[in-house]
Ligand binder design. Structure first.
Ligand code: UDX
Length: 437
């Protein structure tokens, strides 16, 4: 392999990128400032839940091609291409993204860069960040312009991170020189035939914001239709199905329900609005405020529907919540609609017990005030209302009779339109779903 790679920041994105690149045959050195995490990673222990990633990590460690460190000096000496994968969370009390981890990564790495190399930003950042960081890099790096910046946004989905990294839909390269393009094309060559879009920094940065905005808009569109369906006594699931047969619309990201959460979509559309405002283009994105509001209203509607089923008040009411992760096959609870609903019902006087197949530890740490069950059956034991808030297959497969035997009353709200309503109704359940009669 022509280049040695480093990956700075070992979150969902960084660990996956590092492990997959090592699997392709590269020598890879990962870096994080969290020494404990580095120890775990070096022993092949994956600190997150991501299907299929642990064996890839282990293979890398065992082959000797993959290592992790906390030393920027070591990273600079090791690598020809440095991928920066640090987090860019929402600022507290603001819409804008906090890019301080990005700045820290560049200012920590640059002073050690004394030879030709490429620094490649992969994180989602406000447009204009790459140009600013490129300036900092040339200023601080002893190699000067020989230490060059490129922008290569990442589109991976949690739950499919390995698959998305090894078989991406497209590769976007924001570059300023032919050399940078050549290096990155070579790095990704082992992936085979993948469409590549070569462009400038701001366009590369914007592709990511635009992609996530489109996905969020599609989800909020169908959830807005759900609101109308609720008012008109229509069925949004059948509506969505009928729309999906139109190739121009397509059925993906058209599942009505509790809406989007997670570490990306909500904060990315907010950061995008904030940045557009700074650029004087805020009008172009005012629709995203609506997208965000529709999404948040689904959570409120879910609470209202649960309260209605509880007889008008949560006081003295036991609520069994199925799901804590922001989506199935993930242990990520960042901005999870499910937990948001559970917490709100708790505040309104309900006795809430939550179960999730793998996000329980994270949920417990973030919300020690809630009660947790060790299984779906335990979480709904004695419940007056059951809420399905994350569509894990395990919940889709639940037997309405088995669950019915342990609840106080057979009432369920399907927040993800995931259950077979007929089966639940014929087992004597009062079944309600968002956007359906
Ligand atoms: C997303 C983007 O898909 C990915 O390309 C980007 O790089 C990072 O953000 P991720 O956060 O892993 O990935 O989640 P995703 O699978 O996109 O789901 C986002 C949210 O939308 C989840 O809360 C999910 O439950 C919800 N969703 C998705 C719906 O409510 N309805 C749908 O039809 C699809």
């Amino acid at each position: 392999m022509p280049y040695r790679l480093t990956v700075i920041g070992t979150g969902y994105l960084g660990i996956t990128h590092a492990a997959c690149m090592a699997d392709l045959g590269y020598d890879v050195l990962g870096l994080d400032i969290d020494a404990d995490k580095i120890r775990r990673l070096n022993s092949g222990d994956l600190p997150i839940h991501e299907p299929g990633l642990e064996p890839v990590l282990r293979r890398g460690i065992e082959s000797g091609r993959l290592r992790f460190t906390t030393s920027y000096e070591e990273v600079a000496a090791f690598g020809d291409v440095h991928f920066v994968c640090v987090g860019t969370p929402q600022k507290r009390g603001e819409y804008a993204a906090d890019v301080s981890y990005m700045d820290n990564a560049i200012t920590s790495l640059a002073p050690f860069l004394d030879r030709e190399c490429l620094v490649v930003g992969k994180s989602t950042v406000p447009v204009g960040t790459a140009e600013r960081l490129a300036g900092i890099l040339t200023q601080l790096a002893p190699a000067g312009v020989q230490a060059e910046l490129a922008w290569n946004p990442e589109f991976l989905r949690e739950g499919f991170a390995v698959q998305d990294t090894l078989n991406p839909d497209r590769i976007v390269l924001g570059v300023r020189t032919e050399r940078a393009e050549k290096v990155l094309r070579e790095v990704y060559e082992p992936l085979g035939e993948v469409p590549v879009v070569v462009t400038d920094f701001p366009t590369a940065e914007l592709v990511k914001s635009a992609a996530n905005s489109f996905l969020a808009t599609k989800i909020s569109f169908i959830n807005a239709m759900a609101e109308v369906c609720e008012a008109a006594h229509a069925d949004v699931q059948q509506l969505s199905l009928a729309l999906s047969y139109d190739d121009r619309i397509g059925g993906r990201f058209l599942n009505p329900g509790l809406g989007f959460g997670g570490g990306c979509l909500p904060k990315d559309i907010r950061a995008f609005m904030a940045r557009a405002g700074e650029l004087g283009a805020d009008q172009a994105l005012t629709f995203l405020r609506e997208v965000d509001m529709i999404n948040m209203r689904r959570r409120a509607r879910m609470v209202d529907l649960a309260r209605e089923l509880a007889g008008g008040s949560f006081h003295g009411c036991t609520v069994g919540v199925l799901g804590a992760a922001f989506k199935p096959n993930s242990d990520d609870i960042r901005d999870s609609p499910a937990l948001d609903v559970a917490v709100t019902i708790g505040h309104q006087g309900g006795q809430v017990t939550v179960y999730d197949p793998i996000a329980l530890d994270n949920a417990r740490k973030a919300h020690p005030e809630l009660k947790y069950g060790d299984s779906a059956v335990e979480a709904v034991r004695g419940a007056h209302v059951v809420l399905l808030l994350t569509e894990w297959q395990e919940f889709v497969d639940l037997d309405p009779e088995e669950l019915g035997a342990v609840v106080a009353t057979r009432r369920i709200v399907d927040g993800r339109n995931a259950l077979n309503s007929e089966a639940w109704r014929s087992a004597g359940w009062h079944y309600r779903a968002l956007g359906r009669p």
